[in-house]
Design a protein around this ligand. Sequence first.
Ligand SMILES: O=C[C@H](O)[C@H](O)COP(=O)(O)O
Ligand SMILES: C=C(OP(=O)(O)O)C(=O)O
Ligand SMILES: [Mn+2]
Length: 464
Amino acid sequence: MSLSIDPVFHSADAASPRIEDHHGLDRWRELAPKQQPTYLDEAEVERVRSELSSVPPLIFAGEADLLKKRIADASRGEAFLLAGGDCAETFADATADKIRNRVRTVLQMAAVLTYGASMPVVKMGRMAGQFAKPRSSDEETRDGVTLPSYRGDIVNEHAFTPEARAHDPRRLLQAYHVSSSTLNLIRAFTQGGFADLRLVHEWNRGFLANNPNYHRYEQLAKEIDRALKFMDACGVDFEALRSVEFFAAHEALLLEYERALTRIDSRTGKPYDVSGHYLWIGERTRDIDGAHVDFLSRVSNPIGIKLGPNADPDTVLRLAEKLDPEGEPGRLSFITRMGAGVIRDRLPELLRTVAPQLPHVAWVCDPMHGNTITSATGYKTRRFEDVMDEVTGFFESHREAGTVPAGLHVELTGDDVTEVLGGSNEIDEEGLRRRYLTLVDPRLNHDQSLEMAFLVAEQLSAGS
Ligand SMILES: O=C[C@H](O)[C@H](O)COP(=O)(O)O
Ligand SMILES: C=C(OP(=O)(O)O)C(=O)O
Ligand SMILES: [Mn+2]
């Protein structure tokens, strides 16, 4: 990933709705956007909007274009996309250790998947901007007290007090600065030697040595070991494998934030949302005539759309027409999140009806959001076996339809949390109590993430 940020962005017309809006970047304001905060101090919002409109971009438009090329490769089956990270990043967890652990987990998974798929893996973090959460309910009640729901650190604080839960526009600025320092460290890690393939392989050996299911993964691990020794013997330049491309992704939910961080790229004259390389529209905000689809149709980044079990072919085709009228390779990905119980019913129909008309769109599996349950002990959780079953259903459906399974999008952390049931360490309902740290959805822990990578690598190599 290029580190140079060329002076190519004009922010002049990209900031305020009062200035002529050539690109329709403020049209969303007329479309009653869903899931937005309610700010009481409009003057403060205006100050924040104005400041965010003049801060340096977090990414360079050329990087977003490069990612489009990589996603186009994935849509053709010439690469595999791996996106992973927290459901909700927090300001408090933007520490060097936690960022390193997440990047390391994605790199470790990617190394295994690269071998399994015999293809490059496009690495992406739900990181450096994943701070805004859509919620099922506007309010939360505890012991008879009702307060606004937590909507992510960019909106309010998780603590259950009226002050903490108030929507504070200054958090938009804090989110920008935390994203900036997170992305800075990600760039340092991925360009500075931390991503060295030999190092990543050593970490994977360490994971396997301690894994109770070692025998399950032993064969693949030995093959990777031999492949690396073979590369070494052939004189492969491992120095060239010390840095990797790593892209930042988040849900484009808070349109005030995304709008203020949109700039005109002077190379092309087109608007780019420079808050992250890749932006997706969530299941709750993907209405065809809604504000989110309108806004994202006007920026040139690669875009994802979440598709739940109720997504019908006609809606999906209309979304594609609006968001990607030119059928630009890599512009659009469909992130399906159906649920293990229904993916084998719902996905094949979409693949049969939609995929032939949209051959340039990448189909990605989010096996998390359709598989959320509440444990008997009261935790919002997921079963590792359901998550894996959805992944298997995804590969089966694509195999049967003759279409390309282009990637995986998962909620994970690099730490040893106990939020998802199962995996080889057999976290059970009681075990959830030990280290349940997420503020919204349950994440795979480090070991569960790697187990997933080994299991997916098997499916990828079976399909190749
Ligand atoms: O991450 C996804 C959603 O924001 C999350 O699942 C919503 O959770 P809720 O149903 O608890 O509001
Ligand atoms: C909100 C999310 O997902 P979805 O829109 O698919 O529910 C998410 O990815 O955290
Ligand atoms: Mn989530």
